[in-house]
Design a protein around this ligand. Structure first.
Ligand code: ADP
Length: 396
């Protein structure tokens, strides 16, 4: 079975074609600058060089057409006929409370996603565009939606409600949804395998990338997660502020004369590691500047570590214990120094950190000692493969 996985942004589209017989990637690629005159398609067939195609790609339908053309191309294609693609799996961001798991995309599903646009005005419209473009350009091929919020829908009201008047929950669904769910699900499934698939398990998954979130997972079900109504809450991220005293927001609006949109840009795009350090949103730049003696970069890094340590402690307490903690995504998989600094603060939980095992990047490894009461793992995430697996399972 061959599954095409699509992740549509407003001006970009990422794709991977999986052969589900062995879960190998046959080809992958990226369309950038959709809507501009100098759009680029970068296509990479497995074990071959990248091919770059520069052309005008005015909208998502044209992008899908070009992707299919690249997959079918005589020279750098990997299939002979579009019919070889058994299904398309879409990364659909916000499923609200309507989608608690992945599902086959029908007209009703699209209508519900449209209804949810209010909750994810930046992310859901491009997903819908991508779905419609596929309906148009790949007619008859079944499609599956895999929602970033779905895995977190097992939280109970005590974990998803905010301390706000209840009427806002009723009126606007003002509640914690959580994000990165596909990643938390993928790595937590793998973590349970590594623990020997015990009947009961308490796991803390740390997805630390440009956007970061942590989840507390009991017996495979999320009980709490750090991102909230939007992906802004929780950890200090590349450019997002994370947790704040909410009184700061009206104060800034008054003092700086910011309207809602301007404030939104400050807390989403100008805060976090970038805002604190003034250097960059990228952890590698922060670490380089910190090593050069830049004090704001040093404090940005310390705040990042502190917030991770804070959430791990909070979730271990909420679960009344923890069996395993895992790190994933760009920082979680690659940042040896940050992992070490975080794990060295977890001995009180029963973590015996293995410094030598931690000296690696981008691969699955246990970074606690074999005798450690709480196991700590690095598990590379693979959201695309999770989407492909869900898609294959649903269309079978
Ligand atoms: P996104 O949320 O955009 O998918 P990623 O998961 O790719 O982000 O993570 C990007 C982050 O990972 C950046 O802050 C980057 O600096 C960090 N990162 C990647 N490689 C390393 C490394 N070797 N050491 C430290 N940080 C790294």
């Amino acid at each position: 079975m061959k599954i095409l996985v699509l992740n549509c942004g407003s001006s970009s589209l990422k794709y991977q074609l999986f052969n589900m017989d062995d879960e190998s990637v046959m080809a992958k690629g990226l369309v950038e600058k959709i809507g501009l005159s100098d759009s680029i398609l970068t296509h990479q067939p497995a074990n071959q060089d990248k091919v770059k195609i520069e052309t005008s790609i005015p909208e998502h339908g044209v992008a899908i057409e070009l992707v299919v053309k690249a997959l079918l191309d005589e020279k750098h294609g990997v299939i002979k006929d579009m019919k070889e693609i058994d299904a398309v799996g879409h990364r659909t961001i916000h499923g609200g409370t309507s989608f608690t798991e992945s599902c086959i995309i029908t007209d009703d599903v699209i209508a519900e996603m449209e209804r949810l646009v209010d909750l994810a005005p930046l992310h859901n419209p491009p997903s819908i565009l991508g779905i419609r473009a596929c309906q148009d350009k790949m007619p008859g091929i079944p499609m599956v939606g895999v929602f970033d919020t779905a895995f977190h829908q097992t939280m109970d009201a005590a974990h998803y409600l905010y301390g706000l008047p209840y009427e806002y929950y009723e009126k606007y669904q003002m509640r914690r949804f959580g994000f990165h769910g596909t990643s938390h699900r993928f790595v937590s499934i793998r973590c349970r395998e590594l623990l020997g698939n015990p009947e009961h398990s308490k796991i803390i998954t740390c997805h630390l990338g440009n956007g970061s979130s942590i989840a507390a997972i009991v017996d495979g079900k999320v009980i709490d997660t750090s991102m909230g109504y939007t992906p802004l809450e929780g950890l200090v991220m590349g450019t997002r502020c994370g947790d704040l005293d909410p009184a700061i927001l009206p104060f800034l609006m008054r003092k700086e004369g910011l309207d809602a949109d301007a404030l939104d840009a400050v807390i989403n795009k100008k805060s976090g590691l970038l805002g604190i350090s003034g250097v960059s949103s990228d952890m590698r730049d922060i670490e380089a500047a910190a090593a050069d003696g830049n004090e704001r970069a040093q404090v940005a890094m310390e705040i990042f570590r502190k917030t991770v340590i804070h959430y791990i402690g909070a979730y271990a307490a909420e679960m009344n214990g923890v069996d395993a903690i895992l790190f994933t995504a760009g920082i979680g998989e690659n940042d040896i120094a940050n992992r070490a600094a975080i794990c060295e603060n977890l001995s009180y939980l029963g973590v015996e950190f293995d410094k030598e095992a931690n000296d690696c990047r981008g691969k699955e490894v246990m970074i606690s000692t074999p005798n450690s009461k709480v196991k700590v793992f690095v598990i590379p995430t693979n959201e695309e493969l999770m989407i492909a697996r869900d898609t294959a399972a649903l269309v079978k």
